[in-house]
Design a protein around this ligand. Sequence first.
Ligand code: AMP
Length: 192
Amino acid sequence: MFNIILFGPPGSGKGTQSEKLIAQYGFKHISTGDLLRSEIAGKTELGLKAKSYMDQGQLVPDAVVIGMVDNVIANNPDVYGFLFDGFPRTKAQAEALDELLLTHEEKINLMLALDVPEEELIARMMNRAKTSGRTDDADPEIQKKRINVYKNETLAVASYYNQFGKVTTINGQGSIDEIFNALRAEIDGHSG
Ligand code: AMP
């Protein structure tokens, strides 16, 4: 398998680029945000628990998120690879992911980190809120909170993978296709 993490702050385009990468390569998409939103829509116990954290722009506890990812990995043994989107978001999640993958004799091959300035992130979240119905995108206070959580807790994930030389930073500004082509060039260069 070829397993990648698409990394970046909220609003950096991970979801948009994930869709294109999946269509191109056949990755199995693991977006913990999407998984959590579908738990909320299904009114499950897990969804109810997660909702209060998400509405406030806080991270859902590691154990909850890791358990969901564990399920998806275990149920998809024959995919081209996994594309992790919005996960891992803490160093503890990164360490847990590496352990999980190891039990399947797999690893993270590459982390692609989208670089987008803060003003642009806010503009994109505002824009996305118009169609997504996501309350966490529409409220400026929650947007700021999510960006701060990213800086304080999630950036450490990039340092974690950087120590293994697995991180490549991609300019996340430009047209969707320009960014997609830059991501593709990196994947093609690493997957041989
Ligand atoms: P996203 O769709 O990735 O922007 O995630 C939306 C919200 O879901 C986040 O603000 C968190 O509250 C929660 N969430 C998504 N992924 C994770 C994760 N890996 N760890 C903790 N919370 C998460």
